[in-house]
Design a protein around this ligand. Structure first.
Ligand code: S3P
Length: 432
């Protein structure tokens, strides 16, 4: 078990480039693997989650070279070129890996099994099993939980599916199965979610129509290799954005941050709270909006987080809890019940962790009510959740006394080098 100690720090200064986007890195490996030809991925996230996805395809006969850190050369085998894996595929901690792979593997000629770590083994899979079964897939689970046993040689047919919850993972699983299905597959969402699968399918030459909250494609085409440059992950930048906002005297530059509007709801929430975050050098790279962000310290005030931005900041609630706990006044979060089925129950873990640091916070079934104030020092458990661990480290940097955070090893799933990068811009955090 790896623990951290995060201590009262000075201002954050300088510039950082956080690692590559996790969502894009998973998808780049998957589509490059089943494309025809050789694709080069740069800015690839060297995290445990995305490396597990790369290993999965290596297990299915795809040659993936790593000529340099954060670079992959994927020798695509074509839509029907994957080989039966010799053993169950271990997705590690990655919900994205498992759910997207479930869709892709549902259309193969061979049987496969997907497993995961203790956290992933508790995460709901019915949300993908149900629509994939409607398409003709056969997937066995233990009461909707991993491992997933996926039968091969099934004939899939396209469906028209309205997602009951806003989930890019479910949408993507259905679209990936749709590549192998007869006829058209159409998905619609109760709220638009990140559209990386859709835009990347288009970049690999697959005909697809999509707009805000819907997508449609048909089976029977081919993917052609292409090169992908992965921007810095907004969700990883979020810890630095909040830390620089909260620590007096800070001025921090974050480079190359992915600014897809379906990811940046936190910016809207923080600006409504009074944050000073400027975008510079906005540009588009392979259809994705990217910018550098300049963050200066600013005092925050509590807000009612608008319910409609919740899906656009679904991974940023742990760090928003910290911002809210350091703001003046009350912050109310509603409509975020999905947080209870992430890598941990993030509402419960953050409420417990912040309470241990003297914060007044009330849990509700779909959110929390957080009273702003100060953090005392203390001990807080991240429950093995990478985003909770990094959020609690940010709390420690502006606390009155050191904060000891337990169970931080999983930070390597999404943000290898977090401690070193935080230290480089002034955060006093030690890994032990
Ligand atoms: C992701 C979608 C989101 C997000 C996860 C990554 C993706 O999950 O929380 O970290 O890459 O598609 P849901 O689809 O469960 O909302």
């Amino acid at each position: 078990m790896i623990d951290w100690i995060s201590s009262p720090s000075g201002p954050l200064r300088g510039e950082v480039r956080v690692p590559g986007d996790k969502s894009i890195s998973h998808r780049a490996i998957m589509l490059a693997a089943i494309a025809e030809g050789t694709s080069r991925i740069t800015g690839f996230l060297e995290g445990e989650d995305t490396r597990a996805t790369a290993r999965a395809f290596a297990q299915m006969g795809v040659r993936i070279d790593a000529p340099a850190p954060s670079e992959r050369i994927v020798h695509g085998v074509g839509l029907h070129g994957l080989r039966a894996p010799d053993a169950p595929i271990d997705c590690g901690n990655a919900g994205t890996g498992m759910r997207l792979l479930a869709g892709l593997l549902a259309g193969q000629e061979f049987d496969s099994t997907l497993t995961g770590d203790a956290s992933l083994s508790k995460r709901p899979m019915r949300r993908v099993i149900e629509p994939l079964t409607r398409m003709g897939a056969k997937i066995e689970s233990s009461e909707g939980l991993p491992p997933l046993r996926i039968a091969g040689k099934r004939t899939l047919r396209g469906i028209d599916y309205a997602l009951p919850v806003a989930s890019a993972q479910v949408k993507s699983a259905i679209l990936l199965a749709g590549l192998y299905a007869d006829g058209a597959t159409r998905v619609s969402e109760p709220h638009p979610t990140r559209d990386y699968t859709e835009s990347m399918l288009r970049a690999f030459g697959w005909p697809i129509e999509f707009g805000s909250g819907w997508a449609k494609l048909s089976g029977g085409h081919r993917l052609r290799a292409t090169d992908i440059r992965v921007p810095a992950d907004f969700s990883s930048a979020a810890f630095f954005i909040v830390a620089a906002t909260l620590a007096p005297g800070s001025e921090l530059l974050l480079r190359d941050v992915g600014m897809n509007p379906r990811r940046t709801g936190l910016l809207r929430a923080l600006r409504a709270m009074g944050a000073d975050i400027r975008e510079s050098n906005p540009r588009t790279q392979a259809g994705e909006a990217i910018a550098d962000l300049i963050v200066r310290h600013a005092p925050l005030r509590g807000i009612d987080v608008p319910i409609e931005i919740v899906p656009d900041m679904i991974d940023e609630f742990p760090i928003l809890f910290v911002a809210a706990a350091a703001a003046q006044g009350t912050t109310r979060i509603r409509g975020a019940a999905e947080l209870r089925v992430k890598e941990s129950d993030r509402i419960a873990v953050m409420a417990r962790g912040l309470r241990a640091l003297g914060v007044r916070i009330e849990e509700t079934p779909d959110g929390a009510i957080i009273e702003g104030g100060k953090f005392t020092g203390g001990e807080a458990d991240s429950a093995g959740d990478h985003r909770c661990a990094m959020s609690l480290a940010v709390a420690g940097a502006i606390a009155d006394a050191p904060v000891r955070i337990s169970d931080c090893a999983n930070v390597a799933t999404s943000f290898p080098g977090f401690v070193e990068l935080a230290q480089s811009c002034g955060v006093v955090v030690l890994a032990g």
